[in-house]
Design a protein around this ligand. Structure first.
Ligand SMILES: *Cc1c(COP(=O)(O)O)cnc(C)c1O
Length: 455
């Protein structure tokens, strides 16, 4: 076997040509979305008012293992993919560990994260259906940025509802979106019925992802020629993100490397679901075994402290009910600095796999995350996003365990993006002003008490 290079790239020929649908190999399928009124499984016709037709098919398909990636999307992917799989030689040396560490870096595009992989797919299907535009929400701004890029490329209108606190605190992200032609509205706004209602009940609120989703869905369903798109959580998003795992596996296979541990940060679960997809597929089919670890913030611990239950995906309770590990749709996490990990629930696919004991989850404190981010940046050069740094933290911990035991484990983690727009958070960390807020059991219970009653 040849020496493993610092960066393993695939050639364009070697790039995956189809997305992999992990649900096809799951014995226990993820629970279906339910109509919030009748509690019956959502039918394709009902979902078609909210989402594009092709995406509804992908959302509901639990049996087709592969979906061909349309030529036009492959072409777009080739502008910034394949993304490199990096052997972290410098980090290994710094830690003095016998472990072999690899990371799949998704920050090599202007939006700065993996979200572009699904944004282009969702925009493509909207365009193909002849729609005028799409609406969405964005928290920290990564998803809105990715979607604006995809819509600009395809000539679609893009309306983004941005959580008000981020709109005010992250003017650079907002301007990137506007550069790509998107309209950006701070949420909650007076433009929608649900926005007005939320503002009447909570005057002065700085918003949440759940509120912004409600607004974006309302606009999509009441405006001719528009549909709603979502950057995480949904089955279709995990399907598109499988490109991450398929590339990772192909690159490792090229050098005969088999990982022992696969680690990813988990917000709504899309990058982790995508990274682990082909590996989990092998695990489900009994072909190989891996330790898989989801890492979440201690301030928003949906897998490690949440309930596995049907819940609303949004604060306004207009979306279908999803069965997932959740902290409750009314849970508003403390303003931590990993904005992309602040969602109250977790993908139904990952929730089911976790409930079946097929993967582990752990939560980490934000000061520890920034310490890991800094260690990583100083030796590997890349300035990581705070979200991604959750995975770095646990990868370092696992590598240090190997140092104690002398085991030469192979660790792969997802480095989902860059942190250039997160320098205020880095500044707080450097100035010793960062705090670690962890919700109490009482706070979580108060939120669980408001979960929808199912019969
Ligand atoms: C959005 C985001 C995440 C979390 O979202 P998932 O759907 O859980 O993957 C992680 N990292 C970055 C950089 C993000 O932008």
């Amino acid at each position: 076997m040849s020496q493993i290079p610092y960066k393993i790239y695939l050639t364009e020929e070697e790039m995956p040509k189809a997305w992999y649908n992990l649900r096809a190999d799951m014995k226990n399928k993820p629970a279906p979305l339910l109509n919030p009124g009748t509690h019956e499984p959502m039918k394709a016709e009902e979902l078609a008012g909210v989402f594009c037709e092709e995406l509804v098919k992908q959302e509901l398909d639990n049996t087709t293992p592969y979906f061909d990636i349309p030529e036009e999307i492959l072409g777009f992917y080739k502008m910034y993919r394949p993304s490199p799989l990096v052997r972290a030689y410098c980090l290994e040396k710094k830690l003095g560990t016998p472990a072999k560490i690899y990371y799949k870096f998704e920050g090599n595009n202007t939006s700065g994260s993996h979200k572009l992989n699904s944004a282009i797919a969702q925009a493509y299907y909207a365009k193909k259906q002849g729609l005028k535009g799409v609406t969405t929400e964005t928290g920290a701004g990564q998803w809105g940025t990715a979607l604006s890029m995809a819509c600009a490329y395809l000539g679609l209108d893009c309306k983004v509802y941005m959580v008000k606190v981020s709109y005010e605190q992250k003017p650079f992200r907002r301007e990137v979106m506007r550069t790509y032609g998107a309209s950006v509205t701070p949420s909650p706004s007076m433009e929608t019925e649900v926005g007005k209602k939320i503002l009447a009940e909570h005057p002065g609120t700085t918003g949440s992802l759940g509120c912004a989703i409600s607004e974006a869905v309302e606009v999509a369903t009441t405006t001719e020629g528009y549909r709603y798109v979502l950057g995480s959580v949904l089955n279709q998003v995990l399907l598109h993100q499988s490109i991450i795992g398929l590339e990772t596996k192909a690159a490792l296979d090229k050098y005969g490397v088999k990982p022992d541990i696969i680690i990813g940060c988990a917000g709504g679960g899309s990058n982790l679901g995508g990274l682990i997809a082909p590996f989990m597929g092998q695990k489900l089919r009994g072909e190989a075994d891996y330790r898989i670890i989801a890492v979440e913030p201690a301030s928003c611990p949906s897998l490690t402290r949440g309930k596995y239950a049907y819940d609303f995906c949004d604060t306004g309770m207009v979306c279908p009910l999803a069965k997932m590990y959740t902290l409750g749709s009314g849970f508003i996490p403390a303003p931590n600095h990993a904005g992309g990990l602040r969602y109250h629930g977790m993908s139904s696919v990952l929730s089911q796999l976790y409930d079946d004991g097929l993967m582990e989850a752990t939560s980490v404190k934000q000061t520890d995350v920034f310490e890991a981010a800094e260690t990583f940046a100083r030796v590997e050069g890349i300035l990581p996003a705070p979200e991604s740094s959750h995975a770095i933290k646990v990868a370092i911990d696992e590598a240090l365990k190997c140092k104690e035991t002398g085991e030469e484990k192979t660790i792969v983690f997802g480095l989902t993006g860059t942190g250039y727009f997160d320098m205020v958070a880095y500044e707080k960390f450097h100035d010793g002003q960062m705090t670690d807020y962890i919700p109490t059991d009482e706070e979580l219970q108060a939120s669980f008490d408001k979960l929808p009653k199912m019969d």
